[in-house]
Every structure is written in structure tokens, then in C-alpha cells.
Design a protein around this ligand. Structure first.
Ligand code: PMV
Length: 307
């Protein structure tokens, strides 16, 4: 069985350079074609490809400095190593650095609300991967760093570029071909707005939610194939700048993902009454000619897509 550390050691040298101070930024991203469900939990490999748009200046900045002892400051607060977010971050740092890891001071700040389905884990792990690469003078291309960031958060694979990116599910058992890549499209008219419904910490992490959906939802059987078809069709519509097809497919894909969640037993309901009211208002405005569509992630907030 391939272990995460084996994958890291294939692309990062065993003996790292001494650490130097570094700072890196990565944008958050919103999936237009969703990732939901893993084919390998240990290597964090998805069952289907996904496609996203970057949120530009909304994202995460991470500073790393050599230190006497490990410290982690998260959005201005000291986080003890056993706090759940901290444990995920240090586990990732350990994977990246291997056995002889020097002590590090990490300071990370999000410009978006954390854990509200606004993809802060995506920008967080992409910024952390970039900052670690700079700290230890690892000069791998963004696709390889994207592949590694997958071990922190799957959606991080798509946060290495501005504009549009696609995470290919890949075929290899070791997952080295499961990473993001930039899509060659310049589409500044494409806009995304977030309608905040509730920006408090969400009740189920996407990791728990996915596992629960895959193992208990009878509707999940149709998801991987449909999601792969949607991802290809959304990419085609995007490259053709066919906004109505793109928006229609993105909204249908998001609702299909929520349908698999709601059919899980017990049900996973990330959308709240006000999310549904926003969707109803949008559908009625569309009947009056508005060209706007919605997408929703593992949280109640609604994102609007328009030109
Ligand atoms: O990789 P995670 O744990 O951030 O999961 C992302 C899940 C969704 O946001 C619901 C979909 C997606 O593709 O971003």
C-alpha cells in the first residue's frame, strides 16, 4: 500500500535545505463542477474531476519563519498543536518535511470567513504548500505542489492559479496524476458574488460529509459518472464562453451534489431555509429574464454566477 509520506519523498528531497523566512498567498476557489467523494481516503484521491473559478484577492497569506519551537498563529490567535485545525496543519508540515523537521513559526491569515463553505481550507493548504516550498527552496512546478496540497485538502489542488482551474481525478494508484491545472481561458466578464447566509463554523466538515454520503446515500451511485460528464461539459461551455450553458450546468451539478447529501442516512443538510429562499428568488428573477445562476458548497451560503 502506498503511504502519503512515500508520495512526498518522491518529489521532495530527503535532505531539505535549512529553512529561510517566506511568505506565500493563494486565492480561494469556488467549484463550478463539484468534488464530492473519495476513491482513496489515505491518498485523498477523488472519485471525479472538478473545475473551479478563483476568488482572486480573497484567500490566505501564510508566513513561515525558522524558530526555536513550533508555533502556529491562525487568524491572529495562537493555536495549540492539539486544536483540530492545528493538528491538520502540522501533520501536513510533517509530511512535507519528513523525519528531520526543524521547528517553525507559522502565521496564517484568511481574508474570508473560515469554515463556512467559503473554501478557506483550499486557499489555506495551497498557501501553506507554497510557503513550505519557498522555505525549503523546493522548486517544483505548481502542478506538483497542487498534487501535494491534496493531502491537506482536495479543493486546494485548484487554488494555485487565478482564473479557472481543473482538478483531474487521475488514473494512477499513487495519485501522482491527480492534481490541478490552469485552464487557458480569459473571461473577465464572468463574475461571482457570495450571498452570506451564515458564516459561522459549519457543523460537519466536508471530509466527514463526503465519507458519510459515499457510505450511506443510495443516490451516490449515480454521482461519480454524472459529475465527470458535468465537468467535461462545463469545461467545454467555459472555453466557448457559452455562459447560459455553463451556468445551467453548474447549478444542476451543485443541486445534484446536495441531493446526494440529503439522501444520506441520516441526512446531511448544509442548506438552510434562507439558502432555499435565495434560490427561489433567483429562479423567479430568471423567469423574468435575469441571466444568473447559483452554486452552493458544504455550507449554507449561496454563490451567484453572472456576467
Ligand atoms: O477538499 P475539501 O475538503 O475542501 O472539499 C470541498 C468540497 C466542496 O467544496 C463541497 C466541493 C468542491 O469541489 O470544492
Amino acid at each position: 500500500m502506498i503511504k502519503p509520506e512515500d508520495v512526498f519523498r518522491r518529489v521532495i528531497p530527503q535532505a531539505l535545505s535549512p529553512p529561510c523566512s517566506s511568505q506565500a498567498y493563494a486565492p480561494a476557489n469556488i467549484a463550478l463542477s463539484k468534488y464530492w467523494g473519495k476513491r482513496d481516503i489515505t491518498l485523498n484521491l477523488p472519485l471525479n474531476s472538478s473545475l473551479s473559478v478563483s476568488l482572486g484577492t480573497w484567500g490566505t497569506t501564510t508566513q513561515i519563519d525558522p524558530a526555536e519551537a513550533d508555533t502556529l498563529v491562525f487568524n491572529g490567535k495562537d493555536l495549540p498543536a492539539n486544536a483540530p485545525e492545528a493538528a491538520k496543519i502540522w501533520r501536513f508540515v510533517d509530511l512535507f518535511c519528513g523525519d528531520a523537521r526543524p521547528a517553525l513559526a507559522i502565521n496564517t491569515r484568511n481574508s474570508i470567513p473560515t469554515a463556512a463553505g467559503l473554501a478557506s481550507s483550499a486557499s489555506g493548504f495551497a498557501a501553506l504548500t507554497r510557503a513550505l516550498a519557498q522555505t525549503f527552496a523546493v522548486t517544483q512546478p505548481p502542478e506538483i505542489l497542487s498534487m501535494l496540497s491534496r493531502f491537506g485538502s482536495g479543493s486546494a489542488t485548484r487554488s494555485f492559479w487565478t482564473g479557472f482551474a481543473r482538478w483531474d481525478r487521475g488514473q494512477r494508484d499513487d495519485g501522482t496524476d491527480s492534481h490541478g491545472r490552469a485552464l487557458d481561458v480569459h473571461y473577465p466578464e464572468f463574475q461571482i458574488a457570495i450571498v452570506p447566509v451564515d458564516t459561522a463554523q459549519k457543523s460537519h466538515s466536508s471530509r466527514q460529509g463526503m465519507t458519510h454520503t459515499v457510505s450511506t446515500s443510495p443516490l451516490y451511485a449515480v454521482w461519480p459518472q454524472q459529475a465527470e460528464t458535468d465537468c467535461d461539459a462545463i469545461e467545454t461551455a467555459l472555453l466557448a464562453k457559452d455562459f447560459d450553458t455553463l451556468g445551467t450546468l453548474a447549478e444542476a451539478n451543485a443541486l445534484a451534489m446536495h441531493a446526494t447529501m440529503m439522501a444520506a442516512r441520516p441526512a446531511l443538510m448544509y442548506l438552510k431555509a434562507s439558502s432555499w429562499r435565495i434560490l427561489e428568488t433567483l429562479r423567479s428573477a430568471r423567469r423574468d429574464g435575469l441571466r444568473a445562476f447559483a452554486t452552493m458548497d458544504a455550507g449554507p451560503n449561496v454563490k451567484l454566477l453572472f456576467l
